[in-house]
Design a protein around this ligand. Structure first.
Ligand SMILES: Cc1ncc(COP(=O)(O)O)c(C=O)c1O
Length: 504
């Protein structure tokens, strides 16, 4: 035991080869490579990899109690193979074309390669002293993202771990800019369709629930501007300090977009900070119709966007952009202690040490993933991939409309469609709660058979089916096949005399 934690070069080479084999086998099975999926007999699509395996819970249970491995693994290659099996069979696959729940994470192989290279070189990204090139690549990737989204070149920011951190980072800058760290009376506004990371960020910032206004959304699931105006005026009369409106550019549940131009005008007049949560939906702005749907995005004070969602990067790749990025320095900038002084670099034209713009000092080199992907595929391929998601949503909605078993409830909006089941004519009468229970059961059946990952959402107080089809490897026939299967399961469940979750 010499404590050097190294392996012989030939073992490392073999392990590396095997790891890459496993990654590329997975990528192929999830449709990223040559494509193992085969269309058979028209619509049915055969997959080499189920979207989730029924044995996952059993695998997980065995791992939790494992003792600390005091001795070295006899055969590291066997260990790598065992890990491959765990990852294949123990988790659902958000990059799989049949993963249509939540917001999928349909990565690209270039993003994975970027992540591997960055980890392999232990790349420093917190500052330019040790990370001159990584800082420059991050700055370029942020600038490209700003350009892709059609924002003014004034916007800049940094890569963070995801939408939740992006929202927290932006809201911290907003609080410090408008109401100061103590934030007495500071009050924030958003709709009940807003992602949970927003109220959580306000909680972290010390803005208590009594100063968070969650406005019930209107029938189009958008923030009601007239209610917002009234509420802000009332809070001002009560001596509070309204400072922040959070707008959705693509709600998670239905892909709806808040009225950004009206909100921007109101925030400008009232001196409020407008943060747009585009973690999921902002990339729609890569396309002409998406940019029209997101008109007003360029009036935001800050924007969250997650490249690990609709820009096809591995999990852990988020980004926050500010119209006045110096606000990040005001919120997060620190005087370097003596042991770091050697690393101080004078800020040049737009150059920054990223540790001064966010909460992380040692940071993953997330930017390389998007930078490499854009270099390899080119921006137009990304525009086409986003457009493809929206076209797939159009087609899916049209297909659902043709089916007697279903009615479209919302969308297609930013590649999300929701729909409800119509009970068969001879179905027994059921209460709304029982019909909601059937929707849950059908989604559970679908997951249990490994056919597709679909999770219902609430719209207008009822549970509905929801499909999010941003994965550019989703084939039209593949998603139609999922709709067909939902129809079969729905008809069987809704036509049956059994009560949901129980017996007749
Ligand atoms: C609109 C929106 N905002 C924020 C988030 C949080 O993003 P993350 O899971 O990357 O933290 C999500 C996640 O789905 C989202 O849909």
């Amino acid at each position: 035991m010499d404590g050097s934690l190294t392996l012989p070069a030939d073992v490392v080479a073999e392990l590396g080869r095997r790891v890459w084999e496993l990654v590329s086998e997975h990528g192929d099975a999830a449709g990223q490579g040559a494509g193992k999926e085969r269309a058979t007999q028209g619509r049915a699509v055969e997959r080499a990899l189920p979207v989730a395996s029924p044995g996952a819970r059993g695998l997980a249970a065995g791992l939790r109690g494992e003792p600390l491995p005091e001795a070295a693994a006899g055969d590291p290659l066997a260990l790598v193979d065992a890990v491959g099996r765990l990852l294949r069979e123990g988790n659902a696959h958000p990059d799989h074309p049949d993963f249509l729940a939540f917001v999928p994470s349909p990565g690209t192989v270039t993003g994975v390669l970027g992540a591997a290279l960055a980890a392999g070189f232990a790349v420093p990204t917190g500052w330019r002293f040790t990370g001159a090139v990584s800082s420059a690549i991050e700055s370029a990737a942020v600038r490209w993202l700003v350009e892709l989204l059609g924002l003014s070149p004034r916007y800049s920011g940094l890569f963070v771990s995801g939408g939740s951190t992006a929202n927290l980072t932006a809201l911290t800058a907003a609080r410090d800019a408008l109401v100061g760290t103590e934030a007495p009376g500071a009050t924030a506004y958003f709709s009940d369709q807003t992602h949970l990371s927003v109220p959580r960020a306000l909680h972290v910032l010390g803005i208590g629930r009594d100063r968070v206004r969650v406005l019930p959304a209107d029938a189009q699931r958008r923030i009601p501007v007239a209610d917002l105006v009234r509420r802000v005026a009332r809070d001002r009369r009560d001596g509070l300090r309204p400072f922040l409106v959070v707008a959705n550019a693509g709600t998670t549940a239905t892909g709806d977009v808040d009225p950004l131009p009206e909100l921007a005008a109101f925030c400008r007049d009232e001196g409020l900070w407008l943060h747009v949560d585009g973690a999921f939906g902002a990339p729609a702005a890569l396309t002409a119709r998406g940019r029209a749907a997101l008109a007003g995005l360029d009036a935001a004070d800050s924007v969250s966007v997650d490249p690990h969602k609709w820009l096809f990067q591995p999990a852990g790749t988020g980004c926050v952009l500010l119209r006045d990025p110096a606000r990040l320095g005001h919120a997060f900038g620190v005087a370097l202690p003596g042991y770091l002084e050697a690393g101080a670099t004078a800020d040049g034209d737009g150059e920054v040490d990223y540790l001064q713009w966010g909460v992380e000092q040692t940071r993953e080199f997330r930017a390389l993933r998007l930078w490499m992907s854009l270099k390899v595929f080119g921006a137009d391929a990304f525009r086409a991939a986003v457009e493809r998601g929206m076209r797939t949503a159009d087609d899916t909605a049209a297909y659902i409309r043709c089916r007697p078993e279903f009615e479209v409830v919302t969308g297609p909006s930013l590649a999300v469609v929701t729909f409800r089941g119509v009970p068969p004519a001879d179905a027994p009468p059921r209460s709304p709660a029982e019909v909601d229970g059937l929707v849950e059961e059908v989604c559970r059946d679908l997951r249990a058979e490994g056919r597709a990952m679909v999770v219902p959402v609430g719209v207008g107080g009822r549970r509905v089916f929801r499909l999010c089809v941003i994965n550019p490897r989703v084939e039209r026939d593949g998603v139609r096949g999922v709709v067909d299967r939902i129809a079969e399961l729905w008809t069987a469940r809704a036509g049956s005399r059994e009560r949901p979750g129980g017996t007749a």
